[in-house]
Design a protein around this ligand. Structure first.
Ligand code: NAP
Length: 246
């Protein structure tokens, strides 16, 4: 079930956290993973996948740089001849209350979390349209669905991913390309380490399932949406949040 055998899959932000686990789980299901992050930051991910018997390669990618995105996509096409799955996972947070938020905090978060999805999706769409198949999965957040004080920039970028994906899903459905969103709640990674440590009790009380999520919880949802079994699902937001927002 949920085999990804031979599917050429790009995962952005694959150097650590959720992206690293998505890359590992997809490779363990047979995907050929292009693990993308800045510089050779995804080398550790690729080494671990290869050691476990999977197939993966490092790609140097800055999602805010159009030239870098174009080079990563054309390199993937040269090596593999097709692109089956794009996972837009790379993301940052620059939290600040609105009155103190700097324009640069807004611009950087929107460029990394939202404009990157536009750039990457546009770059993979041509080959996917030609193939008449493809999967585009973007990692949003519960914060994009319910808001969070101090995260106006982050919430806007993550809510933007949802609207973007629904519009694109309608555009490309006739080519058998599906476009979906996974919206995690609080997941233990570098991004949330401090936050979770500071407010352990608070978060737990807001989560019906009573715990923070794991990167494996999120990766499993992404693998499902990338699989053949999910071929009739498009324009959807799959929440992986322990019931925090229903
Ligand atoms: P993380 O541990 O901080 O990892 C972020 C990843 O994004 C890294 O691999 C980083 O790669 C990459 N990245 C950042 N800027 C980039 C850029 N300009 N170009 C290429 N790659 C870039 O974060 P995470 O917690 O795993 O989060 C992954 C995604 O899930 C994000 O989109 C985040 O918003 C979302 N999310 C997380 C949570 C959570 O609770 N953790 C909840 C909901 C949603 P480098 O090596 O290049 O820095």
């Amino acid at each position: 079930m949920f085999s990804l055998k031979d599917k050429v899959t790009i995962v952005t932000g694959a150097s650590r956290g959720i992206g690293r686990e998505i890359a590992a789980q997809m490779a363990s299901r047979g995907a050929v993973v292009v693990a993308a992050a800045r510089g050779d930051n995804a080398a550790g991910t690729v080494a671990a996948i290869t050691q476990a018997g999977g197939r993966a390669e490092v790609a140097s990618l800055d999602v805010t740089d159009e030239g870098s995105v174009a080079a990563m996509v054309s390199g993937t096409l040269e090596r593999h001849g097709r692109i089956d799955v794009l996972v837009n996972n790379a993301g940052i947070a620059r939290d600040q209350l609105m009155l103190r938020m700097k324009r640069d905090d807004w611009d950087q978060v929107l460029a990394t979390n939202l404009t990157s999805a536009f750039t990457c999706a546009q770059a993979v769409l041509k080959p996917m349209v030609k193939q008449r198949s493809g999967r585009i999965i973007s990692i949003s957040s519960v914060v994009g669905q319910m808001g969070n004080a101090g995260q106006a920039n982050y919430a806007a970028s993550k809510a933007g991913l949802i609207g973007f994906s629904k519009a694109l899903a309608r555009e490309v459905a006739s080519r058998s390309i599906t476009v979906n969103v996974v919206a995690p709640g609080f997941i233990e990674t570098d991004m949330t380490k401090e936050l979770l440590a500071k407010a352990q009790g608070d978060w737990a009380s807001q989560i019906p399932l009573g715990r923070a999520g794991t990167t494996a919880d999120v990766a499993a949802a992404v693998c499902f949406l990338a699989s053949d079994e999910a071929s009739y699902i498009t324009g959807q937001v799959l929440a992986v949040n322990g019931g925090m927002y229903m």
